[in-house]
Design a protein around this ligand. Structure first.
Ligand SMILES: [Zn+2]
Length: 100
């Protein structure tokens, strides 16, 4: 009879442990899903911005196209991060053209 009790006890513990593992796994996957949802909206704009980054020839900074100030110079469009950089460029365009 003790043998049967031992087997029952064994199965009882196996059940408890497997239930605990599945609960843990569910917790971990729910956390993982939450992380994926949190990072997704960050990844998408990053990709969009990366395709539209333009280099400011004055300070060397990369600026998103929709935020950049554009100036036509020597038949090509030049983009600036700020009014300040644009003014520097317009003051000495030749100095920065090689940088563009
Ligand atoms: Zn700049």
């Amino acid at each position: 009879m003790t043998f049967v009790v031992r087997i029952l006890r064994f199965f009882f513990w196996v059940l408890i442990v497997s239930w605990g593992i599945s609960l843990l796994r569910r917790l971990l996957t729910s956390v993982g899903v939450a992380d994926a949802n949190r990072s997704a909206p960050i990844d998408v704009p990053n990709n969009v911005v990366a395709r539209k980054l333009l280099r400011d020839p004055v300070c060397g900074m990369h600026v998103a196209e929709n935020l950049a100030l554009m100036e036509r110079s020597g038949g090509q469009n030049v983009y600036f991060c700020s009014e300040d950089c644009r003014n520097k460029f317009l003051g000495e365009p030749k100095k920065f053209v090689a940088n563009a």
